[in-house]
Ligand binder design. Structure first.
Ligand code: TA6
Length: 293
């Protein structure tokens, strides 16, 4: 069977061996396994061993879906929302298998607020989210469709895929970001945090505490480390966040000891400004991860 449903989610199985697991909780992808050069299946995402997978807290790792705000809310429509919005801590519904052939297997999940009292109590806007996850031999594609179901109001939102890539934090590099403007969230003062910097590095590393929001990024990134690498492609996610907390990670309750050494977050999103979606229109944000052996 190319898909298996369990109590907590869906497991996709590619005929060549790769697998991925999606929780109903947050539609969070918590595993993506692809064979290495020797044919051994290797986990490509990082999930903290202290992460809560029982739906009591957003998952510390994998690919949480951030919607409709990134970070603390700043938009008036978002005033009752938690950090990074509600999509990552609501139960999504498994809708259907949308592809099942030798090229890959894909499923669709939906977050529809019309029957969700919690969302309705904290968020005034009408919308529907559809998430299509496609597993192919060396790729994992995640398509987030946002639909403005209102007939009158424009929907203003931010969206991001908070992807935790399993990689050695002391050796991983990201390119090409040189020349881009970015917000450095590690700066102490509010004024410094609000002042864009220009990236001068050819290859960005996370050897120090890094929390950078790159604006109008190119949409295709090389993540490399000794004996490994991934390509990250993004569509309509115009920004890119790079995050690794280094020692600050010790303060994160659900981060395993020294967990920050084993990942880099590379997060395509639309997070500087807001997508403004007209009534009855749809928007798609896509991320495609490809293993580079
Ligand atoms: O995407 C980076 C970031 O916004 C950081 O500022 C960092 O705090 C992180 O997300 C984790 O947020 P969380 O709410 O999952 O603890």
């Amino acid at each position: 069977m190319p898909t298996e449903t369990t109590e907590r989610g869906i497991i996709l199985k590619h005929p060549n061996g790769p697998t991925t697991e999606i929780l109903y909780y947050g539609a969070t992808i918590i595993s993506w396994k692809v064979a290495d050069a020797s044919g051994q299946l290797q986990e490509r995402l990082f999930v903290s061993s202290k992460a809560y997978l029982d739906g009591s807290k957003p998952v510390r790792g994998g690919i949480p879906v951030v919607f409709p705000c990134f970070g603390p809310p700043t938009h008036p429509d978002h005033s009752k929302l938690p950090q990074h919005g509600f999509a990552r801590n609501e139960i999504w519904k498994f809708d259907s298998v949308v592809m099942d052939n030798s090229a890959g297997v894909a499923v669709r999940l939906v977050l529809d607020p019309t029957a969700n009292e919690n969302i309705k109590s904290i968020y005034p806007n009408q919308f529907r989210l559809t998430y299509v996850v496609t597993l192919s031999a060396h790729q994992l594609a995640t398509d987030l469709h946002v639909e403005n179901t209102s007939t009158t109001a424009t929907l203003e939102f931010q969206a991001l895929l908070h992807t935790y890539i399993r990689a050695p934090a002391d050796a991983v590099k990201v390119s090409p970001l040189q020349g881009l403007q970015y917000i450095d969230k590690t700066e102490a003062s509010e004024e410094a945090r609000a002042t864009p910097k220009t990236e001068i590095r050819n290859e960005v590393d996370v050897k120090v505490f890094t929390d950078s929001v790159y604006e109008n990024a190119p949409g295709k990134y090389h993540i490399t480390w000794p004996n490994g690498g991934l390509e990250v492609k993004a569509k309509n996610f115009k920004d890119l966040v790079i995050w690794n907390p280094q020692q600050e990670g010790q303060k994160i309750g659900d981060m395993e000891a020294d967990g920050w050494k084993n990942y880099i977050c590379v997060e395509p999103g639309y997070v500087r400004g807001f997508v403004k979606l007209e009534p009855q229109k749809q928007w798609l944000g896509q991320q495609v991860l490809t293993v580079v052996q």
